[in-house]
Ligand binder design. Structure first.
Ligand SMILES: Cc1cc2nc3c(=O)[nH]c(=O)nc-3n(C[C@H](O)[C@H](O)[C@H](O)COP(=O)(O)OP(=O)(O)OC[C@H]3O[C@@H](n4cnc5c(N)ncnc54)[C@H](O)[C@@H]3O)c2cc1C
Length: 462
């Protein structure tokens, strides 16, 4: 789309932003506007008045104060991976933190203060130079702010817990434009809430993490044929595996990748990403139950540097997709058969069921210690389908709903970071029991006007 003229209101916002912020400000009359308002996922045609890239915390505070004064919708963006499109606003301001990439590493104490413009891949690569790591998710380009504030489930989850379990402190700019530090002893309720409660309480500009020593892992992709036996067997093996091992099993039609035999393309496979964070020989032993489930179609699991766990990403890839996130406490052959049945019946260009066996260090933290309260659930399941255009979207959504209900008629949990635009009832399922009331109380204290509402919102009124 060619640039459109900026409205008088946009011009006035731009003037005010440029007077206070050294970083870039892009409005609808700029050639880079369409690129600047795009997110990882396609399908969001939202037109903010301005997108602004502050270069320090003071500038973040100025943008927040301007949005509050002018009563503009504020979208906070880190890595831009929100599947609900929350990190682009229609008619408001996008506060893009991606220029904030400084980090202060303390190798003696094994801690880091990292600015939230860093992606998981950037921080992981830097830490690996020092034999250190934090567990984020499965994708390098995800922002550390978004994933951490929602919880963070990745390749080190069973070994070291969720990303929030390594969070020591945070610096936030709150709705009143103040910069606040929070940790276990400073504003402890706020610190509890930001560990799972998402971006509801302010814009996090810096996060401090406890780091873990990690010289390398036994990891990579294992591709197995997907059958009732291999799917149920994979989950059983992942549950029985030592905690050093975390696995993410994607069941999907095999894509035409060069290392996958051509006769397998399009057939349902388990594309598993397995990571053993421990001794190499113990890792090879822990892999045996997975490798013997069936003759692997491809086996790329080997000793590697931890950053190599992140698969390469395609530049300019903006899929349009719908998803459903849920938890199961067992996955037997009946559930495996349901997975195969639904994936076979769909003709979506890409459809997948992703299984993540939890437990280990995640489950050792009490449910009420953070705002992520699904610690005792055994398996996280994420179902997804690509769609082609607006008419196709409800078709794929209905398929997802039927699929999810067939797997579990009682769908009573959700991981906030994998929620799409699913509505308030699903947000409540992300925060079960007393977690919701506690989050509402913290929201009331720190954001009584709900300035930070373009997110999986916890309204101050409950
Ligand atoms: C391809 C892909 C793979 C993923 N894999 C995993 C995974 O393995 N494990 C996992 O746990 N999650 C995973 N996720 C989910 C991911 O954690 C969330 O989508 C997360 O919110 C993305 O963060 P972001 O900064 O990239 O996104 P953004 O779209 O930039 O941010 C999403 C929302 O988070 C909030 N936010 C972001 N940064 C800040 C900040 N600094 N301060 C305040 N609020 C902020 C805002 O409300 C914002 O709207 C994945 C998502 C995708 C698309």
């Amino acid at each position: 789309m060619s640039p459109s003229p900026a409205s008088p209101e946009t011009l006035s916002i731009r003037r005010q932003l440029r007077a206070t912020v050294d970083g870039r400000v892009v409005t609808a009359d700029d050639a880079s506007y369409d690129q600047a308002r795009a997110l990882f996922y396609g399908g969001f045609d939202r037109r903010p008045q301005a997108i602004v890239w502050p270069t320090n915390t003071t500038e973040v505070a100025q943008v927040i104060s301007l949005a509050a004064e002018r009563r503009l919708e504020l979208a906070v963006r880190g890595g831009g991976h929100s599947s609900a499109g929350h990190s682009v606003s229609d008619g408001g301001i996008v506060l893009d933190l991606s220029e904030l990439k400084a980090l202060e590493l303390d190798t003696a104490q094994r801690t880091v203060w990292a600015q939230t413009g860093l992606t998981a891949g950037e921080l992981t690569t830097e830490l690996a130079r020092h034999g250190l790591a934090i567990g984020f998710g499965d994708t390098a380009s995800v922002g550390i702010g978004g994933i951490t504030l929602g919880g963070g489930v990745g390749y080190l989850a069973r070994r070291h817990g969720l990303t929030i379990d390594s969070l020591l402190a945070a610096e936030l700019v709150t709705a009143d434009g103040q910069t606040v530090r929070t940790d276990a002893g400073t504003h402890p309720e706020l610190f509890w809430a930001i560990r799972g409660g998402g971006g509801n309480f302010g814009a996090a500009t810096r996060l401090q993490f406890q780091l873990h020593e990690l010289d390398g892992v036994v990891g990579g992709m294992l591709l197995l044929p997907a059958t009732v036996e291999t799917i149920a067997g994979f989950v059983a093996a992942a549950e029985a595996a030592p905690e050093e091992l975390s696995a993410i099993a994607n069941i999907l039609p095999a894509p035409p990748l060069p290392f996958i035999p051509t006769q397998v393309h399009g057939r349902l496979v388990i594309m598993a990403l397995i990571c053993f964070a421990g001794d190499t020989q113990a890792g090879q032993r822990a892999l045996v139950p997975f490798r013997t489930l069936a003759t692997p179609l491809a086996d790329l699991v080997r000793p590697i540097g931890y950053p190599e766990m992140y698969p390469p990403e395609e530049e300019g890839f903006h899929p349009t997709a719908v998803g459903h996130t849920m938890f199961l406490d067992r996955l037997d052959t009946r559930a495996a058969s349901t997975i195969l049945e639904y994936l076979q019946a769909s003709d979506a260009a890409l459809r997948a069921a992703q299984l993540r066996v939890l437990g280990g260090a995640i489950a050792r933290v009490p449910d009420d210690a953070t705002a992520f309260a699904h610690r005792q659930r055994r398996i996280m399941v994420n179902l997804a389908a690509f769609y082609q255009g607006p008419e196709d979207k409800p078709v794929r959504q209905r398929w997802l709903e039927r699929f999810a209900t067939s797997l579990s008629p009682v769908d009573d949990g959700a991981y906030v970071n994998f929620l799409g635009d699913d509505g308030p009832a699903r947000i409540r399922q992300a925060y079960p029991g007393p977690t919701w009331e506690r989050l509402v109380a913290v929201k009331r204290r720190w954001d009584p006007t709900n300035l930070f509402r373009h997110n999986h919102n916890i309204p101050p009124g409950g």
